[in-house]
Design a protein around this ligand. Structure first.
Ligand SMILES: *[C@@H]1O[C@H](CO)[C@@H](O)[C@H](O)[C@H]1NC(C)=O
Ligand SMILES: *[C@@H]1O[C@H](CO)[C@@H](O)[C@H](O)[C@H]1NC(C)=O
Ligand SMILES: *[C@@H]1O[C@H](CO)[C@@H](O)[C@H](O)[C@H]1NC(C)=O
Length: 472
């Protein structure tokens, strides 16, 4: 499998057995493997995919075809999917926080209280070198997702179209995304097609394209107005001072037997995410989970959702507008498929998979008007937002996927949309697979405008600003 990087072809030896950079750690079989913590569905962007589709816990390859079936007599001609990378290690920044809270608890060792004791016996195994890399579970997320999508739409996943390089794979340059893409392909090749003779089949190219998959880094207006704007996330900072959050802090301090003044919202979040990492990476319910009940978890979930709302969602218009390039790319692909299907009945590219980040999906979903609450999420309205639709744990867990399936039907083409393998209706449309032209009418303003260059350009007055590209 070759990877196109900056238009130069770099050969990536595609050995199915390599896949192991930082994953020489496997779940310690002596560890206590308890039930799923009740707080598991509140981990926001660090939520397991299985939490949104719990039936997968029983059968990871199960496809429920009934809700995917269309009313009309149609046949699928093209699939385009935007997919988030799979389960990953914490980033170096988060590992530092995790170590900080662990060290704080370690100091209270001598007091020998139950929970503190359990945490002290828990083995601190995270380190900086793991820095956001895909874990083995993350590879499985993608291998299995590939098999399920192929099972749902077998005619779009023919071995021949793969061999002829008519299936397209585009990825962000981040290690976890490239590895996710390779795992997705591996799932098709080994688990779905069960190809024997692999070497000669692996000649197609994988495209690394950050303009499409990490557009947020390339959008100057976003970088300056949001990323570098000290007040862009003020609602998040403010929420951390609110009574709801303060209660959680006090409670955690008391459970850990440390002074309330020693603990911060950041450290409490680190403890919360430690529970998430142990569950998603090692399938363990760790003692960290016992620090929180569901009410605490809802508060911490809100803090995460608030941040995503203001940084990636509806909070600032440029967040969604920065995805204009990806939006146009998707519709260009669909247009071409419709045109070819109408002209000759065959589509040259039956499938395109684009692997990126939660930060890729959230702006696109916001641009297209999904999960928009009537009232903005703010530091003050936690209680009122209990039933909000902007819930990142439901929308963008690990390996989350937005899938467009174009069908040729009697007299027209229809577009079916799935989020995380479940039908998603277009805003203000009831039909789960409206006519393609209707979808284009719905988005006519965006299709006519939404110019990435124009939206992302800063007025020349601030032309002296030199944007710093942040690592995400
Ligand atoms: C995860 O742990 C549960 C027990 O809590 C077990 O039933 C399940 O098989 C494990 N899943 C995997 C994928 O190992
Ligand atoms: C990080 O952890 C891995 C796995 O336990 C280990 O191989 C590696 O040496 C550790 N790195 C550091 C810097 O401690
Ligand atoms: C920074 O964010 C604040 C809060 O959302 C917003 O009011 C302000 O316009 C932003 N500044 C710039 C330069 O965009």
């Amino acid at each position: 499998m070759a990877v196109v990087l900056n238009r130069h072809v770099v050969l990536l030896t595609f050995a199915f057995t390599r896949f192991c950079s930082a994953c020489n750690i496997v779940a310690n079989r002596d560890d206590h493997t308890g039930d799923i913590p009740t707080i598991a569905k509140y981990f926001g962007t660090k939520t397991r995919y299985e939490e949104v589709n719990p039936y997968l816990l029983n059968d990871i390859l199960l496809v429920n075809k009934t809700p995917l079936r269309l009313q009309q007599d149609c046949s699928p001609v093209h699939i385009s999917a935007v997919i988030r990378h799979g389960t990953r290690y914490p980033t170096a920044k988060n590992v530092k926080k995790v170590i900080a809270i662990y060290n704080l608890v370690e100091k209270t060792k001598h007091r020998g209280r139950g929970l503190v004791d359990d945490i002290n016996h828990w083995d601190m195994w995270y380190n900086d070198t793991m820095d956001g890399q895909l874990v083995e579970k993350g590879r499985d997320d993608h291998r299995n997702l590939a098999v399920r999508l192929a099972t749902a739409y077998p005619s779009l996943f023919s071995e021949d179209s793969f061999r002829d390089c008519r299936m397209k794979f585009i990825t962000s340059s981040k290690h976890r995304c490239v590895d996710s893409t390779l795992s997705f392909i591996e799932g098709l090749v080994k688990k779905y097609w069960k190809m024997q003779d692999r070497r000669k089949d692996m000649h197609c190219q994988l495209e690394v394209n950050d303009d499409l998959m990490r557009f947020f880094d390339k959008c100057e207006r976003f970088v300056v107005d949001v990323e570098q704007n000290k007040t862009a996330l003020q609602q998040v900072d403010l929420f951390k001072t609110k009574p709801e959050m303060q209660e959680v802090l006090d409670k955690v301090a008391s459970l850990l037997d440390i002074a309330a003044s020693d603990i911060t919202a950041d450290l409490v979040e680190a403890a919360f995410y430690m529970c998430s990492y142990e569950l998603s990476i090692r399938n363990l319910s760790s003692p960290w989970c016992q620090l929180f009940d569901q009410e605490d978890a809802k508060v911490l979930e809100y803090a995460n959702d608030l941040k995503q709302y203001w940084k990636r969602g509806y909070g600032h218009e440029i967040n969604s507008k920065s995805s204009c390039c990806l939006f146009h790319d998707l519709f260009k692909r669909l247009d071409k498929a419709v045109e070819e299907s109408e002209r000759s009945g065959t589509v040259s590219e039956p499938a395109a998979f684009q692997i990126g980040h939660a930060e890729t999906l959230l702006p696109l979903l916001s641009l297209m008007g999904f999960f928009k609450d009537e009232t903005p999420l703010t530091a003050d309205n936690f209680a009122q937002q209990g039933g909000r639709v902007f819930r990142t744990g439901h929308i963008v867990p690990y390996a989350s996927n937005l899938v467009f399936i174009l069908h040729r039907c009697e007299g027209s083409h229809r577009l079916q949309l799935l989020l995380n393998e479940k039908p998603l209706s277009f805003p203000n449309m009831d039909d789960p697979a409206p006519e393609y032209q209707e979808v284009k009418n719905l988005y006519s303003n965006l299709l006519k405008g939404c110019d990435f260059k124009k939206e992302c350009k800063l007025p020349s007055a601030s032309g002296t600003v030199n944007p710093i590209i942040h690592e995400l």
